[in-house]
Design a protein around this ligand. Structure first.
Ligand code: NIG
Ligand code: FE
Length: 407
């Protein structure tokens, strides 16, 4: 097939499964037709006839990064709470006195869709300009039918901006909103009977924060059962602040991923392994909360659980707008190798979203690509805060950058 676009003169990190050393091809090229990769190999044997040639001048080309866990739609900010925590208050104490997630819920309910969209688009652009081509976006700051649906509408409009491919997750089970504090069951009823049915066709999956300050294992089961009965995928925030049953419940329901996992023990890891789930590591939250307990990376490796890495971009625990920054923190705080971190932000990040069509540079995959002004792939997790990404492509089409006047 005659390619439409030829990316040439690149150091290509294919990240193909089973390859070692990033699946690196020096002086490589990638051919694209119909938005899909049709050929990958040395530049010397690239198919000819492409109508468009992108000469990367020796730069690194990777799969576009997949940030599989963010909460980037929200109103207000939590800067004052950051200062409270620096003065000694803990995240849980702030949550228990009605701050934390609840304060963002208040600000999000008060914000109209255009206001939410403007701030979310700015944050999505930060991620896209730092190399992300797929970004998962959760609701969870509405916690009533109208505001959760408004968050899904905003997420849909973000997707329409074509800065990155956006996947929507319903997290109505983030915390129990204050108006239901004395009657938690009614809030779980609302999620199962009204919010989940209304989210069908708008959200790709349903997430639950399974934690002492949020939802119990029994409540998580009810919500997952409702989601699965409507054909929605499920995933869980598990073992973030304290050990719990989140991984086991998620495994029972064939969840895509279990995320955070700082306090996961070997039985939890074994449950993930047995059900083929992905462990999503979120070192930005661990760093920002100065969590001393680390996810059991050695156990995850030993049990063969694939590890994704994501930013968790959110106002309360991870004001982190850099996918490669998350990779850096995954190495320095959690002990991942730079290669594991890039696998986690590409191939396994895609797996965490149930997307088999991306995350590697191989024939048949979407031509979602990122170019980097670095010597080699090890640089990506090494630098913290450097603007290394020089461009991204979605289906072989360049994503406009702010300075180019892109939307
Ligand atoms: O992933 N764990 C729960 N949810 C977010 C925090 C959200 C917030 O504090 O606003 C997280 O860390
Ligand atoms: Fe999160």
């Amino acid at each position: 097939m005659t390619p439409e676009v030829l990316f040439t003169n690149a150091t290509v990190a294919t990240m193909a499964a089973g390859s070692s050393a990033y699946g690196l091809i020096r002086n490589g090229s990638v051919s694209v037709a119909g938005g899909v990769i049709v050929d990958v190999g040395p530049s010397s044997s690239a198919p000819s006839g492409a109508s468009q040639v992108v000469d990367l001048g020796g730069r690194l080309l990777t799969p576009g990064l997949v940030d599989c866990h963010t909460h980037l739609v929200f109103g207000g900010d939590r800067v004052a709470e950051f200062e409270d925590r620096l003065a000694g208050a803990t995240y849980e104490e702030i949550a228990r006195r009605g701050g934390g997630i609840a304060s963002t819920v208040e600000a999000t309910r008060a914000a109209d869709a255009d206001t939410l969209l403007a701030s979310a688009r700015r944050r999505l652009r930060w991620l896209a300009e730092a190399g992300a081509t797929t970004v998962e976006v959760k609701t969870g700051y509405g916690l009533d039918l109208a505001t959760e649906l408004r968050m899904l509408d905003v997420t849909d409009r973000l997707a329409g901006a074509a800065i990155a491919d956006v996947r929507a997750t319903l997290l109505a089970a983030h915390i129990v909103p204050s108006e239901y504090r004395e009657d938690r069951d009614s809030y779980v009823d609302l999620i199962c009977d009204e919010i989940i049915p209304a989210a069908v066709g708008r959200a790709d999956s349903v997430d639950v924060f399974c934690e002492t300050i949020a939802f119990s294992a029994a409540e998580t089961r009810r919500i997952f059962a409702a989601a699965r009965s409507r054909g929605l995928a499920v995933k869980v925030h598990a073992d973030q602040l304290s050990p719990g049953e989140g991984c086991h419940v998620a495994a029972e329901f064939g969840a895509l991923s279990a995320d955070h996992l700082e306090h996961a023990d070997e039985t939890a890891v074994a449950a993930l392994a047995a059900s083929g789930m992905v462990a999503v590591l979120l070192p930005g939250a661990s760093s920002f909360l100065d969590e001393r307990v680390r996810p059991p990376v050695d156990l995850l490796r030993r049990h063969g659980v694939p590890m994704a890495v994501a930013t968790d971009l959110n106002p309360g625990t991870a004001p982190l707008a850099s996918p490669t920054g998350a990779m850096h923190l995954a190495c320095t705080r959690f002990g991942l190798t730079p290669e594991e971190a890039l696998v986690g932000m590409t191939r396994v990040g895609a797996q965490a979203l149930g997307l088999a069509d991306r995350g590697v540079i191989a024939p048949g995959k979407r031509a979602d690509l990122a170019a980097w002004d670095v010597e080699g792939p090890g640089d990506l997790a090494y630098w913290l805060g450097a603007p290394l990404c020089t461009g991204t492509w979605l289906g072989g089409v360049p994503v406009g950058r702010e300075r180019d006047g892109g939307s």
